[in-house]
Design a protein around this ligand. Structure first.
Ligand code: SF4
Length: 169
């Protein structure tokens, strides 16, 4: 129920409660984070993407941005694999997203697009769009709420144009 409870629980208790929630390593990492907050940060959870990434073990750029926007309302863009695919298609970016420059561009695009009034909802909607509509192989463009903005869709719809799939999956 609290960070303190999680920090002081035994690993067996954590594993028991985590049962059915996926990789056990995630429960362990969550506990390590709670221990760091309780023992070294005076019980104060970092609340920005920058401090979350900087101060908590195992928290990378994506996780930090997701926590900051969803839990704490920070207007920060979030890029996971699904958002990456949506952004590449909406802006017709065919370059390799693992390239540092392209990755930097996609994060900065997400930052420009995020709704400052509802950043958590925006990010979750973008991730869900990629997971359920703008899927890797068979995107459901006819049901897509951003179809009118999508440059890939416009290219595919033009007669004689090559199908644009974005970066290879
Ligand atoms: S219109 Fe199609 S390709 Fe474009 S974002 Fe929507 S589902 Fe993806």
């Amino acid at each position: 129920p609290t960070l303190q409870d999680l920090a002081t629980a035994s690993l067996e208790e954590v594993n028991q409660l985590w049962s059915g929630l996926g990789y056990y390593s995630r429960g362990r990492r969550l506990q390590e984070g709670a221990q760091k907050v309780v023992e070294e940060l005076g019980g104060h959870m970092p609340r920005t993407a920058e401090t979350l990434q900087q101060l908590l073990p195992g928290v990378g750029r994506y996780t930090a941005a997701a926590i900051a926007s969803i839990a704490f309302g920070q207007a920060t863009g979030v890029v996971d694999g699904n958002v990456l695919r949506v952004l590449c298609r909406v802006r017709a970016i065919g370059a390799d997203p693992s390239n540092t420059f392209v990755s930097h561009h996609l994060w900065s695009l997400a930052q420009q697009l995020v709704d400052p009034a509802q950043p958590g909802d925006f990010s979750q909607a973008a991730m869900e769009l990629g997971a359920t509509v703008c899927t890797p192989q068979h995107p459901l463009c006819s049901h897509c709420p951003v179809q009118s903005l999508c440059q890939a869709h416009q290219r595919v719809s033009l007669p004689g144009e090559e199908v644009f799939r974005g970066p290879s999956e």
